[in-house]
Design a protein around this ligand. Sequence first.
Ligand code: PLP
Length: 261
Amino acid sequence: MLMPERAEIPPVVLSIAGSDPSAGAGIQADLLTCARLGVHACTAITALTIQDSVNVQRFSLVNPAECLQQARVILDDIPVRVIKIGMLGSAEMVRALAGLLDAYPQIPVVLDPILAAGGGTSLAGSGLLEAMRSELLPKVSIITPNGPEALALTGAEDVRAAAVLLNAQGAQWVLLSGGHGEGPKLENLVFQGGILRQTVIQERLPHQYHGSGCTLASAVAAGLAKGQAVMQAIEAALAFTHDALLHAYPLGSGQFFPNRF
Ligand code: PLP
């Protein structure tokens, strides 16, 4: 009897993030993005959000010890190439995760420093910013803040100064996405070692989008998992996200959903 051919084994990203039932953002965005890019995403869920396409109504955090257990059993069993981190929600979750990362120093970490939902609801508990700065940034390979996140994390007054500070605080690379600015073009800036290494200009698109930051960060993680160099992964992720937003669709009465099919 002929044996079926062995399936090719895809590279693996572990996404540690919150659940978004609308599947625009959060864990669901990471799964859709990674699948589209040929990467298997395992997941450890930090929070359950109650949200639609308009806004997050409320959320409850998973016990940090249980979140860690979800991640640990995967890391001990499956060859995870990249860890992607999204919504953490509390300083306790940040501290727990920082301890976990210490045990896997060889795995690159992509951090999307989520502070608020696209609709405006805060997703950050007290002390979260300080814990991220002191405990997480030194363990991060690439941080992917938008402008408001970069300013909030550093206290800087402009985004370029914020990116330099994020490098100084330990994040090796900073991909500062330009979507929150104004004008017909947006500027995505890549910093390493406090120096601007690359500027990627894109056309600003007309709608509000649900999960654009999650899509970008998980596309970066997927690229790294496939063996791309950092700059190549960043440029490919920016192009992928722009295309997903260009073809975004309205599902409910709120933000448009990135098209990751
Ligand atoms: N993660 C979760 C669980 C969320 O609910 C949200 C937004 O509501 C985000 C991340 C951030 O989404 P975005 O990519 O639009 O910044």
